[in-house]
Design a protein around this ligand. Structure first.
Ligand SMILES: [Zn+2]
Length: 341
């Protein structure tokens, strides 16, 4: 699981440009599902099991995209201004490195850094430096980079005890949970429902892939797999989720009030199977469940989250035990015939 996580978090995949991540996942799930397709928007849809009467059609979504930046303007000095793709926070930018698809590495700088370093920063005061030091444009040549090119943070996966640290844990770790659950179901052969594992696109810019894939699948139950900010960072006292305390079962966030029977189903299964869990309220933001539960005439939906420190930074930090608990809970849902719903 660690090798798969390292591979996926280090992959390049801003919103709308998930093709590299999708290719890796396709390779990984080949043989783990009964049917696989890619839809118009680029969602990878994998079916396990089938509808045989009163069992459920369950959609389980994890998003492949990560936050990124897109070049919006190249100034006369060769510095690049950018738009954000998803929630990009100014305090995370200065001195960081970004990677373009063609392999160009850029450095993030800030206007008049020495005059402004103690001030509140805004994204539009940062720029990307891709200078090569050649004779062109006084050393600030931009090579092949053009307006509209997207980039993502560049950072390697690290392991520290049971902690895993990387960019784009949001939401490649959700993809890992889905893949590992598929593997578990394949090994056990116990699939009680028609389960669609959907690796979605463009979550970070407005849950767009989940919107269309949920419409196509028309599920009885929707479940998003995502990270949730941990409340155990210093002074983050208003959130109860903790690293290492188990799978977080969503009760509410900015995009959904989870129907109590859905969260109760997850909690009952966690208790019955001895899976560590915690109840989760996310104060801001949402997940793919926001889109799934509003599909067609409505789909009862919930979320299983991996608690994560420093969300939307290059050092998103999760605990391996929580990831394992999430895998176990997803597998338990897919393999339990009577979900009490
Ligand atoms: Zn996410």
């Amino acid at each position: 699981m660690k090798a798969l996580t390292k591979k996926l978090v280090e992959a390049w995949g801003p919103p709308g440009y998930e093709h590299h991540v999708r290719a890796m996942i396709e390779e990984e799930v080949e043989g783990l599902c009964d049917e696989m397709r890619v839809d118009t928007l680029g969602n990878l849809i994998c079916r396990v099991g089938e509808k045989t009467g009163s069992n459920k059609r369950i959609m389980i979504a994890a998003h492949m995209d990560e936050i990124g930046l897109m070049v919006s303007h190249i100034d006369r000095k060769g510095y690049l201004r950018f738009e954000s793709l998803g929630g990009l926070f100014a305090p995370t930018l200065m001195g960081n490195r970004v990677l373009f698809e063609n392999g160009t590495v850029g450095t993030l700088g800030f206007d008049d850094f020495w005059g402004n370093y103690s001030k509140a920063l805004k994204n539009n005061e940062f720029y990307i430096d891709v200078s090569m030091g050649s004779d062109e444009n006084g050393g600030n040549d931009v090579g092949d980079i053009k307006v509209g090119d997207p980039a993502v943070f560049l950072r390697e996966f690290e392991e520290r005890g049971s902690r895993w640290i990387a960019k784009s844990m949001d939401d490649r770790i959700g993809c890992v949970v889905a893949i590992e659950a598929m593997r578990k179901l394949k090994d056990s052969g116990k699939v009680a429902h028609e389960v669609y594992f959907v690796f979605t696109v463009q979550e970070e810019v407005g849950v767009r892939g989940a919107t269309t894939s949920a419409f196509a699948i028309d599920p009885d139950i929707g479940i998003a797999l995502d990270v949730t900010p941990a409340g155990d960072e210093i002074k983050t006292t208003a959130t109860d989720t903790r690293l290492g305390k188990g799978a977080a079962v969503k009760i509410k966030d900015g995009g959904i009030v989870v129907p109590p029977e859905i969260s109760a189903m997850m909690i009952n299964l966690a208790e019955k199977n001895g899976i560590p869990y915690q109840r989760e309220i996310l104060r801001f933001g949402g997940t793919d469940a926001k889109a799934i539960h509003l599909t067609r005439s409505g789909v009862p939906s919930g979320v299983i989250s991996v608690p994560c420190r420093y969300v939307h930074t290059v050092s998103e930090t999760v605990d391996r035990a929580d990831v394992e608990a999430c895998v176990d809970l997803v597998a338990a849902i897919a393999s339990t015939a009577d979900l009490g719903l």
